[in-house]
Every structure is written in C-alpha cells, then in structure tokens.
Design a protein around this ligand. Structure first.
Ligand code: FMN
Length: 335
C-alpha cells in the first residue's frame, strides 16, 4: 500500500482530491460528490487523535463509511507522537477499510497554534518528524501531511518537507499561503514548483483551484490537485472537461444529496444541514428567490422533495437548459 503513490505516478494517473472541510464534508457530501465524479479521492475533515483513541463510539461513527466513498483518507491532528501512533493503529484496523492517514499541519487558528498543534508544527520540526516517524512505525497505511508554505516565511518549506520525507511521509499537500497569512494574500505557486524539484514524494497543490481545466494551466511539475470550496454545490468541477449541468441534473443531484444526509445523520442534524448544502446548488441560478427561501427553512425530507417537485413543475419546459451558462437568464424578470 505504501507504493500506492508511486504506482499512480508510473501509470501517469491524474488524481483529484476533495479537500478536507470541517463542518461540511461528511459521508453524505462525499457520496454526493462521488456520484458525479466517481474517481475523486476524499479526505475527511479533521478528527482529534486523542478523541479516536478514547472513544470507540466516536471512532466507529467517523471511520465507518459507505463502499462508494473508498478510497477514503482520514485526517487527524494532535500534538504528541505517541497519541498519533495510537490513533494510527485504530484507523488501520481492517474493519474500517481506510486507505491512508493524513496529518493536519495546516490549521492556522491562534488557539491551536498557541498550544503547539497543527500549523505550529511547521516551526517545531523535531516534533513534526517524530509524529510522522511514529505513525509510519505504527501502521502499514501510507502517511501524508497537509501543510502550508511555512509558518511565516516560505523559505523554510524545502527544509521542512525534506525533513518529513526523511521520516517516510508518502505524500505532501501544500496550501499556497503561510500560516500567518491564513486566508489572506494572493496565492503564489512558485515556491511549490521549486519544492517539487527537491523532493521525491508526490506534491498536491491546494487553494483557489476552480476546476480541472484551471489546474491543467497551473500543474507544471506538480502531481495532483485538491479542490475545496469550489465543490460546494458543484461536483462537476472535478470532471476532466468543462461540464455544466442541466436544470434537471441540478435538481436530481440536490435530491440525492438530501437523501444521503437523511440516511447518514440523525434527524435534528440533517434538518439543518440540508439547508446549507442545497442552496449551494442554486448559486448560479440565484433568481429563483422564492425557492431559495423555502429551501433555507425546510425541515423535513418530504418538504424538501416537495420544493424540488415544485421547481421541476414550474420550469418543466426548461429542464434540459443549463442555468450556469445563462440559458435561463431570460426568465429573470418573470420569476
Ligand atoms: C470551512 C472550512 C473548513 C476546513 N476544514 C479543514 C480541515 O478539517 N482540515 C484541513 O486540512 N483543512 C481544512 N480546511 C482548508 C481546506 O482543506 C483548503 O485547504 C482550503 O479551503 C483551500 O482550498 P480551496 O481554495 O480549494 O477551498 C477548511 C477550510 C474551510 C473553508
């Protein structure tokens, strides 16, 4: 399994990853994305290593997943190598069928940085090394790291990643900003192109990639890409050609996503989550205000199905039109 990446590179397969997103990516989201783009590889939102070690109930609830979500990467965070190693052992249990483990050295939040977690590991190289090493010794699964250009100055990046490679990290994902830049600044890929010249493991770049076509312009010497926010309501962004869904496809996809939420969550949770996810599918179709309003207050699957049926009925003549290409804009003033 540790040769997984090498095999992919030798076969020259272009891998596309769904970025981890705390509070958004769950089993339902992954299944909804993979229905349209079955070849993507999903990274889970972050889970605390400590939490996985101390609660079997919680471990079972986040590691158990649907067959259609495989291969699934589980992302964990914590600060000491021993706890990471213990969590790695649990995640590697074959009953969970997890494909590999990702370490979060990405998060820039002040709270976690102050306690030497996450992106703070960028300036705590020895602990970062010990974590990767302890995990590679504890599990047969590949280990990857998601991190940033550096904590403060991107000049540290090559040294840091070479250090992780030495500890046997199998893959690295780089978000184009430093921890101090958090979400600000214009992304700059140059340091990542430079990094790739110095290491042997695959490199995934992440940040503001819109779709496959956008990535093809940026890939140069890098290996693969990862999309996060652009996939909200838009699983078509992963397809290796520009695809714009018809109104019928959008509505069917919304219904599928809602159904998966109902299947995988307890009622109070999916009631609220349906709202946040479904309106995203209408983002290039903003003038259906009436339906958006109904969707953000829906409180049952049946009600959601009724809203979708009403849209289908009202726009029955236009179901094969592509709203994102403006093919329904002529209706703007009449709705
Ligand atoms: C709401 C939200 C939650 C996130 N949660 C995680 C997380 O759990 N683990 C992680 O490594 N990155 C997390 N990220 C960062 C994303 O994985 C990704 O690096 C970032 O959004 C940039 O990629 P994008 O421009 O394609 O969205 C999160 C980002 C957002 C906006």
């Amino acid at each position: 399994m540790k040769d997984f990446w090498k095999n992919q590179i030798e076969k020259n397969w272009k891998l596309v990853f769904l970025a981890p997103m705390d509070g958004y990516w769950d089993s339902a989201y992954r299944q909804a994305m993979k229905k349209i783009a079955p070849n993507i590889i999903c990274v889970s939102e972050f889970y605390s290593a400590d939490w996985l070690v101390h609660s079997k109930f919680l471990a079972d609830s986040v590691l158990t997943h649907n067959k259609t979500e495989t291969p699934l990467i589980i992302q964990i965070f914590w600060k000491d190598p021993e706890m990471f190693a213990k969590a790695a052992k649990i995640i590697s249990n074959p009953i969970y069928n997890i494909s590999w483990i990702d370490i979060n050295m990405w998060c820039p939040a002040k709270k976690v940085v102050r306690s030497w977690h996450w992106s703070c590991l960028l300036i705590n190289e020895q602990t970062a090394f010990d974590i990767v090493k302890a995990m590679t010794e504890a599990t047969h699964l590949p280990i990857s790291v998601k991190t940033r250009l550096s904590f403060d100055w991107w000049q540290d990046l090559i040294k840091f990643v070479k250090w992780l490679e030495k500890a046997w990290a199998n893959l690295i994902t780089i978000h184009w900003r430093t921890a101090k830049q958090a979400y600000t600044w214009i992304a700059n890929l140059d340091p990542i192109y430079e990094l790739k010249k110095h290491i042997n493991i695959p490199v995934i770049a992440n940040w503001d990639i819109l779709n496959y076509e956008d990535w093809m312009k940026k890939i140069k010497n890098l290996d693969w890409f990862m999309i996060g926010r652009w996939s909200f309501g838009n699983p078509w962004c992963f397809l290796p050609w520009n695809y714009y869904p018809t109104l019928k496809e959008l509505l069917d996809q919304m219904e599928f996503h809602a159904m998966k939420l109902v299947e995988t969550k307890w009622e109070k949770k999916w009631n609220l989550e349906i709202r946040k996810h479904l309106v995203q599918y209408l983002k290039f179709f903003p003038w259906v205000k009436l339906y958006r309003k109904r969707l953000v207050t829906t409180d049952s699957f049946l009600n959601t199905q009724n809203i979708l049926s009403d849209i289908r009925e009202e726009f029955s003549e236009y179901l094969d039109k592509k709203p994102w290409l403006g093919e329904l804009d002529f209706l703007k003033d009449s709705v």
